[in-house]
Structure formats: C-alpha cells, structure tokens
Design a binder for this molecule. Structure first.
Ligand SMILES: Nc1ncnc2c1ncn2[C@@H]1O[C@H](COP(=O)(O)OP(=O)(O)O)[C@@H](O)[C@H]1O
Ligand SMILES: [Mg+2]
Length: 280
C-alpha cells in the first residue's frame, strides 16, 4: 500500500507553513433537508494551536470535525486541510496526515483485532490488517505509541475486551501512529470514570506540551476535560460559531452561559477549567 513519500510530506509541511492554517473552513454550511447542521461557520486553525470545541448536544461539533477529518463535504463554503482544497485533492494522500479518533470509528474496528494491530494499522489510516508491510521504524513507533498511551501490557489483548478508557487510548494511539500533522478527537472523555478521565487529560496535557506534537482539536461537552496547555476554543450552538479565539477570552461565564443556554460560572485553576450553574 502506498504511503505519502517523504518528499511529498515535506512539501506539504512547507505548504502549511506558507499558508499558515492547518484547517481553514470558510463560510461552511451543512444542510440536511431544511435543517442546517452547520450555518455559515468560518474557523481557521493555525499550526501548533490546540483547540477545544465546546457546545451542547446537537450543536454540530461532530459534523464540523468530520469535515476537518475529510470524511464529509459541506453543502457550501470552502475547506482547506493542510493547504489542500477538499474536492480538489487526493484524499488517500491527505488522510494519513490527519489523525482522527471518535467512538464512531471504534465501531468499525473488528473486536477480535489485537490492540497492537489496531494501533499499527493507523499508519495507513485503515481498519483491519491486510497486506501492508511494516518497516522497522513503524514497529518502533507502534511500541512508543503503546507506551505513551499506557497500552504496552495490553498489546496482545483483543480490542473487544478493552474497557472504555483503554479503548479510547487505543484509538488515540492509532490516530497518532501515522505521525499526522493534525490530531482530531471527538469526545475522547465520553463514558470514562473519574480516574479514566484524569488519566486521559494528563496524557493529553503531556501531548499538548510536546513541541513535536501535531496541531490538536478536541471536542468535549465538559470544560473539566480541557487538557492543560490548550490554547484556543470554539463555541458552537445550533450550528453556529458563537465565539472563538484564545481560550481565556472564550471560556468565560458570559460566553459559556450563552453557548449552553443556562447561567454558568467558570473557574480556572492550575491550567484546568471547572464550570457550575451560577446562582443569582
Ligand atoms: N444526516 C443527518 N440528517 C439530519 N440530521 C442530522 C444528520 N446528521 C446529524 N444530524 C443532526 O444534526 C445535528 C448536529 O449533529 P452533530 O454534529 O452530531 O452534533 P454534536 O456532535 O454537536 O452533538 C444533530 O441534531 C443531529 O441529530
Ligand atoms: Mg458529537
């Protein structure tokens, strides 16, 4: 199976540096029947930025991430990922540069697949292991990913036997396996217990502080799940981007309350956020 050649990859990295944006959505709308899942959203993610996307259920978060992951095209507007215009580029080349993990993807992974293979096949952004030939650097990177995400002891276990937290970590390790330019995570904290959430936030915080790490976008419902070191936030409500920018300017009482439709008080402490209902 063909992998993007090193030269091509270097060229794309240079392109991103020139254009400045890793993800550039301009005035995008996604319509299904008479509904607008996304309504004239403009959102640009620069290289090295780490974004959290917040919003209530049905706000359009997953739809936006699917577009950034090149899995969905908007009804109107333009999308450039790593300087490549969606609709005018070879997605097979682009996708290995975009690491994407969601519970939806977890459903595509055969439960009998070993954890090692789930991570390894991420090198090619495919599920199920076929006839790829893995080179020594791939094997080494796979071991590093397994170690970074606390999966070394579980490498021979089957994906279907993992706990929710272990499964989430395996999907993130897999998304990072191809050494992507951008990492997109859809609700990585959903369904985790407190220990699982704290473990995940700590590992994601470590990734956020790694200068060699890709640009990151994480969707969540809970400000408590924002890893330390995240730089920017986008608030979505009813398909519209109601606020975006540097995290301290966006995660405020007023803006978060408008986003979730109830009075909220936010606190920031030690790089983490906490929110609760505000009482008059
Ligand atoms: N194919 C579709 N047809 C109609 N509505 C859809 C379709 N896909 C998603 N939706 C609806 O669009 C809205 C936005 O969905 P989604 O992006 O998954 O929101 P979020 O991830 O913020 O919860 C939801 O109300 C969802 O039910
Ligand atoms: Mg969603």
């Amino acid at each position: 199976m063909a992998r993007p050649a090193g030269a091509r990859l270097a060229m794309r990295r240079a392109t991103v540096r020139r254009v400045g944006y890793v993800i550039e959505c301009r005035d995008i709308t996604v319509r299904r029947g008479s509904r607008h899942l996304l309504d004239h959203v403009t959102w640009c993610v620069g290289e090295g930025e780490r974004w959290v996307v917040l919003g209530p259920n049905g706000a359009g978060k997953t739809t936006l991430l699917l577009i950034a992951a090149t899995r969905l095209f908007p009804t109107s507007g333009t999308v450039d990922v790593l300087g490549e215009r969606l609709g005018a580029t070879d997605l097979a080349e682009l996708r290995p540069l975009v690491g994407w993990a969601s519970s939806a993807l977890g459903g595509d992974i055969p439960p009998a697949e070993s954890v090692r293979n789930v991570v390894m096949t991420g090198a090619y952004a495919v599920t199920g292991r076929w006839n790829e030939e893995y080179a020594e650097p791939d094997l080494r990177r796979c071991d590093t990913m397994l170690c970074d995400w606390g999966l070394t002891e579980l490498a021979q276990r089957t994906f279907g036997t993992l706990s929710e937290g272990e499964r989430k970590r395996a999907l993130i390790a897999r998304a990072l396996m191809s050494n992507p330019e951008v990492l997109l995570l859809d609700e990585p904290g959903a369904g985790l217990d407190l220990a699982g959430r704290e473990d995940l936030v700590t590992r994601m915080g470590a990734l956020a502080s790694d200068p060699g790490a890709p640009t990151q976008v994480v969707i969540t419902h809970h400000v408590e799940e924002i890893p330390p070191g995240f730089t920017h936030a986008l608030l979505l409500r009813s398909g519209q981007a109601i606020a975006q920018g540097e995290i301290a300017d966006v995660i405020t009482d007023e803006r978060l309350s408008a986003c979730f439709g109830l009075p909220l008080a936010v606190r920031q402490e030690g790089g983490r956020f906490h929110a609760r209902r505000a009482h008059a």
